[in-house]
Design a protein around this ligand. Structure first.
Ligand code: 5AD
Length: 361
């Protein structure tokens, strides 16, 4: 326990040795780290878990990220866009389930047709369900469009930086994608007073422990309100997934990396007690209770899929995505049971906004 207090202080001061030790923690030390993170989380949120129903409404993407299954260059993938009627059905479900929030996520497009569609969806949602917290996660968009979305009723925006290291970013993306531009977009979102969420993938090829420490520093320095962080999972129809060396490396290191991922989230919670941290779906690839593990240690938000059943197997950012054969109702019941079983308290009918946002705004 004495050591626990000590590493809390050391972590908060960004003591390099302690960060390395905690990121690599296993067994007893890891349990101590988890306990500290849990205690800090419960001081702010108790055992409460907030819901957002996520609608992955289109897998059409203009980008060619080397890790992502819905990259433009994946010609094997059938592309879809969920119709307005279907979106209204999803909203009915969210309303009935009393989730409190909706997330609109898609591949990145900046065409006028796409922007018009997204704006319409957000406007309709806000009009029909004014109490619902609306999050958008549709990639890098220009300032004026982000402003219009906010005026239409969006209150939160999720845009992962993917890695805080611009060099590693350049290795994982085609030349025309720029880390600086992505960071600029996060700054625009903050200027527009969104609750801004970001995140990285943990366990990327070429990512070092130093990169992860840099990510944590980046998160703290830039005052983000929410985090969506997940483990990197290989996808066979991507440049990274096709590389035999990377495939072997990933298979051999996935368990170790998942452990580092859990430690990373625990440290993040210790550094930023009152931000929202979501348990990413990718966690369940490694372990069917992966998301629950995150919620027990650091997370306070879960985003069950509300995506129409026939679209789910086409929104595969990574391989072995769980629950793609089930509908919204089953996703809900399944995760609700697990949450209750874990001794956590599901919250309904609340937006579950980030307390951190209200402190700095
Ligand atoms: N493994 C894990 N996460 C991925 N994402 C994209 N591809 C993968 C993958 N192979 C994540 C990115 C993106 C988010 C929507 O999904 O971090 O920002």
């Amino acid at each position: 326990m004495k050591e626990t207090c000590m590493f809390k202080k050391k972590l908060q001061k960004f003591d390099h040795k302690t960060l390395i030790k905690c990121l690599q923690a296993e067994d007893e030390l890891q349990q101590e780290l988890f306990q500290l993170a849990r205690q800090i989380k419960e001081e702010v949120f108790g055992k409460k878990i907030w819901f957002r129903g996520i609608i992955e409404f289109s897998n059409i993407c203009q980008n060619n990220c080397f890790y992502c299954g819905i990259r433009k260059g994946n010609k094997k993938l059938e592309r879809f866009k969920v119709s307005k009627e279907e979106i209204l059905d999803c909203l009915k479900f969210i309303d009935k389930a009393n989730y409190g929030s909706v997330v609109y996520q898609s591949g990145e497009l900046i065409s006028e047709i796409f922007k018009k569609y997204l704006l319409e969806i957000v406007k309709t949602t806000h009009k029909k369900y004014p109490q619902l917290g609306i999050t958008v996660s549709c990639g890098e968009q220009d300032f004026n469009f982000l402003k219009k979305l906010k005026q239409a009723g969006a209150i939160r925006y999720l845009l992962r930086i993917e890695t805080s290291n611009p060099e590693l970013y350049a290795n994982l993306h085609p030349e025309k994608m720029s880390w600086e531009k992505r960071f600029g977009c996060l700054k625009s979102l903050q200027k527009l007073d969104y609750q801004v969420g970001t995140g990285v993938m943990v366990g990327l090829p070429g990512q070092t422990i130093e990169d992860l420490i840099r990510d944590l520093k980046f998160f703290v320095d830039n005052k983000f309100d929410m985090f969506g962080i997940g483990p990197y999972v290989i996808h066979k129809d991507t440049p990274l997934g096709k590389d035999a060396k990377i495939q072997n490396w990933w298979q051999e290191n996935k368990e170790k990396n998942f452990n580092i991922f859990l430690n990373f989230l625990a440290i993040l919670r210790i550094l930023l007690p009152n931000v929202n941290i979501a348990a990413a779906t990718a966690c369940d690839v490694f372990d069917s209770s992966g998301r629950i593990k995150v919620l027990q240690v650091a997370g306070n938000v879960i985003m069950p899929s509300v995506t129409p059943k026939d679209c789910r197997d086409k929104y595969l950012l990574y391989q072995n995505k769980p629950n793609i054969d089930e509908g919204a109702d089953k996703s809900f019941k399944c995760i609700l049971n697990k949450i209750k079983k874990a001794g956590l308290e599901p919250v309904f009918g609340e937006q579950g906004n980030s307390p951190f946002y209200y402190k700095h705004n």
